[in-house]
Design a protein around this ligand. Structure first.
Ligand code: GLA
Length: 384
């Protein structure tokens, strides 16, 4: 568990000055996968695993970043920010600075110490947490702050335009705007959202398959392109369908035969996932856990079979969960091709569930998974 006091001490010792500390959480997505860039719906929750950024100003015009996780310090000149990535952890903070500078902000010299406990490459948005923590810390020095949704957009742009990953808005949005004990249904078209309380007797159990996930790799981008090709065909026929958000399953019945088979499958997942996500929010708000669980299962198999974004390990993790005490619903969460499953579990069974899932997964796959019981946390904030 993260401790801001520890990072403050590290920063003070290294830079001989008192920092201000900011915190930005990772996230788990309950349902709504690969729908954000199609201007659809997602329902994530921020989690109590986060990136912390301790920042203090400097007078020599340098930007000095220290990562406690990597045990590494790097230095840049505030007056000549890099304009592209170099395949290094500092690309994420530097991307944010580059976008803020493009917005007309003067980036001053500063020292920033970073530390995070969001598992990396696990589909829990460690990169969004790093971007958002940086944005909060740096704008505290420039004095130019933005409303939450704008802040999220700027961080998304840093990932799209600087780092070069074609991700949607979900991760940065929830890291900025998450609320303690709530999931958030986000309409990715206009960024309006609805908060859905997660009942106190429901635990979020996150199970890491230990298969590395990355959205910088080609699969995420390929899926997105395949889905967009299907959208273009529908739009060519009836117009008014700039995004799959605007398409229906009937459209696929009419014009699916003109699509590449893979494109048709991707579109089927996204269109049906939007329907499931809105229905899942209703179910959660009505306390209808049975329906919520069923929708999560349908979402998983749509993601696995039609979107082909799961992997053997995640399918096994989801299947094993079905037989365990207390399960409400389980599915692969995040960008896909590895990473974690999210399991909604009755709180009083969560420990037993976690133990049994770990034992059975290890027995079947020969891999010891990391499984942790989380709760929905608040969004990014200054600490202390
Ligand atoms: C990654 C991206 C998000 C979203 C998910 C899939 O986390 O960063 O924008 O597309 O994958 O739902």
């Amino acid at each position: 568990m993260y401790d801001p006091a520890v990072l403050s001490t590290i920063h003070r010792k290294r830079f001989k000055t008192e920092p201000t500390v900011f915190c930005a959480p990772g996230r788990v997505n309950l349902i709504g996968e690969h729908t954000d860039y199609a201007e659809g719906f997602v329902m994530p929750a921020a989690i109590n695993y986060a990136t912390l950024a301790a920042i203090s100003p400097r007078t020599d015009g340098k930007i000095v970043l220290f990562s406690e996780n990597y045990g590494e310090e790097v230095s840049y000149e505030a007056s000549s920010l890099p304009n592209g990535p170099r395949g290094h952890w500092s690309d994420y903070p530097m991307g944010v600075l580059s976008i803020l500078s493009g917005e007309g902000q003067t980036i001053p010299g500063f020292s920033m110490s970073l530390w995070g406990d969001v598992p990396v490459a696990a589909g829990l948005s460690s990169s969004a947490a790093l971007e958002v923590a940086t944005a909060f810390a740096v704008t505290s020095l420039t004095g130019v702050t933005y409303p939450g949704p704008v802040m999220a957009k700027l961080c998304q742009r840093s990932e799209n335009e600087f780092v070069g990953a074609s991700s949607g808005i979900m991760d940065q949005f929830i890291s900025v705007n998450g609320k303690e004990d709530h999931a958030l249904l986000l309409d990715c078209r206009d960024l309006s959202f609805k908060l859905a309380p997660i009942p106190h007797n429901v635990a979020l159990v996150i199970a890491n398959t230990m298969v590395k996930h990355s959205i910088a790799g080609g699969d995420y981008t390929t899926r997105r392109a395949e889905a967009e090709a299907a959208c273009a065909i529908i739009n060519g026929h009836r117009g008014g369908v700039p995004f799959l958000r605007d398409a229906t399953l009937e459209d696929l019945e009419k014009w699916g035969h003109e699509m590449e088979p893979k494109s048709l499958m991707r579109a089927k997942h996204i269109i049906s996932e939007n329907l499931r996500t809105v229905a899942a929010c209703d179910a959660l708000m009505n306390g209808d856990m049975k329906t919520l669980g069923r929708l999560m299962a349908e979402a998983h198999w749509s993601y696995s079979k039609d979107f082909e974004a799961s992997c053997v390990e995640a399918d096994v993790m989801v299947q094993l969960a079905q037989d365990l005490p207390g399960l409400i619903g389980a599915r692969l969460t995040g960008g896909g091709f590895g990473g974690c499953t999210i399991n909604l579990v009755e709180q009083d069974k969560a420990e037993e569930f976690t133990r049994l899932l770990g034992e059975r997964y290890e027995k079947k796959m020969g891999i010891k998974p990391d499984i942790f019981i989380c709760h929905a946390s608040g969004g990014a904030r200054k600490i202390g």
